[in-house]
Design a protein around this ligand. Sequence first.
Ligand code: GDP
Ligand code: IMO
Ligand code: MG
Length: 430
Amino acid sequence: MPATVAVGSQFGDEGKGKIIDFLADRADVVVRFQGGANAGHTVQVGEDLYAFHLLPSGVLRKRTMNLIGNGVVVEPAQLLKEIDETRERGHPVKNLRISDRAHVVMPYHKILDALEEKLKGNLGAGTTLRGIGPVFEDKVGRFGIRMCDLIDPETLRAKLRAIVPIKQRLIEAYGGDERLDAEAIFTEYAAHGERLAPFVIDTSAWLDSALRRGKRILFEGAQGTHLCIDHGVYPFGTSSDCVAGAASVGAGVGPQFLTDILGVAKAFTSRVGAGPFPTELEGPIAEHLRERGGGEYGTTTRRPRRVGWIDLVMLRMSVRVNGLTALALTKLDVLGGLDRVRACVAYRSDGETVKEFPASMRVLSQCGPVYRDFKGWPEFSEGDWIGIAKKGRRALPETTRKFVAFIESQLKIPVRIVSVGRSRAATIGR
Ligand code: GDP
Ligand code: IMO
Ligand code: MG
């Protein structure tokens, strides 16, 4: 039974939460495999809007199990808050398990995130301040605390006694005045561990048996390909691998199961954070893209998102590094009401045509977009879009279909899902 991996193919916030929730009605398991509470995945059910940071987006589907894999970094207080809030809204959250190998975000990671951002100056990514960089530094540096330690008071205390003084020196070296108290951190985190313990299992072993029983598994990527630590806009991206291959490592399953790789892409581009952005727009069209369809403001930080036209240079690279087999194209409704819609097909730099996304941020910042122009389509109400979605792909305006067909021809993969609104009903395809 092949598993589906859904990953962001741009700079994050492509609508992964919506697509995962949509697909989760036919999935037995949804698995987060990287990132942490820097993610903000929006799911709309009826009139209710949910923003998940650590909970997988299948959690509202009672029959679907939701796993937080070993590749995720868990901020305990944030996860507990999400569990509590979701329960208060009528969902029991009994369908959650957390990997015993997942690393834990500690208070000093958040302190160091803020200090490092300040010291980095122009190299700062404009992080979400969730401690993501420092917790992954600790994972690789082998200073990390894992879920199996969090739920084992003796080990937790011993590790904190060794690690906290080192972190205190680092904070001071960075010019910070925060004081860490190992015993106070222990008391707080041991209590979090006690509450989370019932959820903690060996998720890799659990998944293996689910796969063998033919269960349908959906892997939920966070961030996006161009924020990936290996393939993204280094150093302006995030600290985890965000590409499809990371699902194997971050969930502890063999790569042979990952045969259906769905890239989630917006019909335009958005970016929250720093770094070059070749198709970035300012002025009335940027305002249009930002304000329509609920507004482009960070789900985690509420920062206004930078916006621009769809960039097929970026997406071609995403097809390659993820091995995308299909695309879910979101927010086509948001482009409604524009006379002309554009798609970037290449860059120009120094009189040369650039077809591959450059590694160097200096080179990227010199790249200007080469556009293909398309006639726009009308602005419809949410209800009208849902009506169109009910009738299927052929009911889309011809201009919209031409735009989608062009994207397919450039990327050489099918657009399997088209999303024209936040709700489940505003979705075409599977
Ligand atoms: P994620 O991080 O990839 O899950 O995306 P976010 O949830 O951070 O941001 C996507 C935003 O777009 C959310 O507010 C969604 O509710 C919204 N959204 C998703 N798909 C569509 C769509 O097709 N049309 C409109 N108008 N909004 C959408
Ligand atoms: P989802 O899963 C958009 C960006 C931050 C910053 C950089 C590094 O909702 O798509 P970090 O806190 O990870 O160290 O920040 O990455 N970033 C995101 N942008 N969507 C996200 O997640 C993001 N997660 C991180 O803005 O530029
Ligand atoms: Mg988001």
